[in-house]
Design a protein around this ligand. Sequence first.
Ligand SMILES: [Mg+2]
Length: 195
Amino acid sequence: HVGKIKAALGDDVSIRVDVNQAWSESQATYGMAALQEAGIDLVEQPTPAKDFASLVRLSKKFNIGILADESIADSTDTLLLAQQGFTGSVALKIGKAGGLFGALDVAAVCNAAGIGLYGGTLLEGTVGTTAALHAWSTLPVIEFGTEMFGPLLQCDDIVKSPLNYHNFGVEVPTTAGLGLEIDEDKLRQYTRKAK
Ligand SMILES: [Mg+2]
């Protein structure tokens, strides 16, 4: 299925898949070989989060990129995976790492270990997405780009001016703080009151 999508879209389009831990190592070996053959660029978290050993072996077995997501929350996880010889990339998420500094700590360990980066999201709204954008914008290189599209899935917002998405990118706000102004009326409208 993915191979047919790739064939239809051609070489100019990067196709990545997120397996979300669904495969055993043997299934991943079979699946990643097929995905590599089809020209897919990246396979995210093919095997279970705690199975670092399979992730390391798979990262060495294939040329196709492999991305650790659920395996990596903070810099301690990152160091353990790096020490085992992982050669892929890591999905940064501020929610997994406990905030901006935690996520940047993960990035620092990756940089030291030669592990690539991806700017991930837990589909935060505009506030969380903007916070992550500020953190990612301080990183010199993010090998596999970012996926900061959470606000685009919302039909309304609690900020006065939405983020400016265009040309498959998004502008990092430049005013003070996060660069956002909360719409207090909308915030009140969407506040859930305890019963
Ligand atoms: Mg994922």
